[in-house]
Write a protein that binds this ligand. Structure first.
Ligand SMILES: Nc1ncnc2c1ncn2[C@@H]1O[C@H](COP(=O)(O)OP(=O)(O)OP(=O)(O)O)[C@@H](O)[C@H]1O
Ligand SMILES: [Mg+2]
Length: 234
């Protein structure tokens, strides 16, 4: 459903992405791993239309999207849950969630979708009137994920959902990601938690200094010496 073909991207004169090609198929969990500063966020920002590649092609569901604005890409069914959550701190949980449903395609069904999000994250139903800034880190991540789901996506790009969270909440996050896949939503997941990510993902790509250096089935990558040394501490 997502095809990235030979893209290059720059910040000013500095090249951040070098000839990146990757695919995500329907209902797949695909992981992107790499050290701090490797370019993971840059890559997903380019896919979701926040940055423009200088060359190459990005297709989503058979449509070229690298020249579209972000909101049009969301309308097509791609949702980007950004690094650092990016909530509206002085708005309530419910208002934050509703901000995810602003596209024409989903606005009319927003009450139904909101109920589905509350079923997935019951704590958010209980806290729907609370200001986002007063939530715990785990609850804030749930709002970010819930907001991303309000656009009824076919593909969710999730940038470091477990960052800064306690292990038990991280476990919960991975559980939710698994349940999204069983609902038929494809996931492109960026994570520092490489062991757990490879256990849940079908396939993975490894990014280093803006270049993809390795790709394959997660089960094969877990056995790779380079992955063991660099990411699994073995
Ligand atoms: N807005 C920007 N302007 C200039 N350089 C940037 C900008 N954003 C990121 N960079 C640079 O691009 C490179 C890749 O950054 P990016 O945030 O994509 O890495 P990352 O893999 O997501 O890292 P992390 O794991 O820390 O989130 C880094 O060298 C960073 O300094
Ligand atoms: Mg990042």
């Amino acid at each position: 459903m997502l095809h990235v073909n030979h893209i290059n991207a720059f910040y000013g004169k500095i090249q951040a992405l070098w000839d990146i090609s990757l695919n995500v198929h329907e209902a797949e969990v695909v992981a992107l791993v790499g050290a701090n500063g490797a370019g993971k966020t840059t890559l997903v920002n380019t896919i979701s239309g926040l940055l423009r590649p200088t060359s190459g092609l990005i297709e989503f569901l058979g449509k070229r999207v690298d020249d579209l604005k972000s909101h049009s890409i969301v309308e097509l069914g791609m949702s980007h849950i950004p690094e650092g959550r990016m909530l509206f701190p002085n708005m309530s949980v419910r208002e934050n969630l509703e901000m995810g449903a602003y596209t024409k395609r989903v606005w009319k069904n927003k009450h139904k979708t909101l109920e589905q999000v509350y079923d997935l994250f019951p704590v958010l139903r209980a806290r729907q009137r609370q200001l986002a800034r007063t939530l715990s880190g785990g609850e804030q991540q749930m709002v970010a994920m819930g907001r991303g789901l309000m656009s009824n996506p076919k593909l969710c790009i999730i940038d470091e959902p477990s960052c800064g969270l306690a292990p038990i909440i991280v476990q919960e996050m991975f559980g939710i990601i698994g349940s999204l896949r069983s609902q038929g939503i494809a996931i492109f997941l960026i994570e520092q938690n490489v062991q757990q990510t490879l256990e849940i993902a079908n396939r993975a790509y490894v990014l280093e200094n803006g270049r993809l250096i390795l790709e394959g089935n997660s089960q094969d990558l877990i056995q790779e010496e380079m992955i063991k040394k660099a990411y699994l501490g073995l």
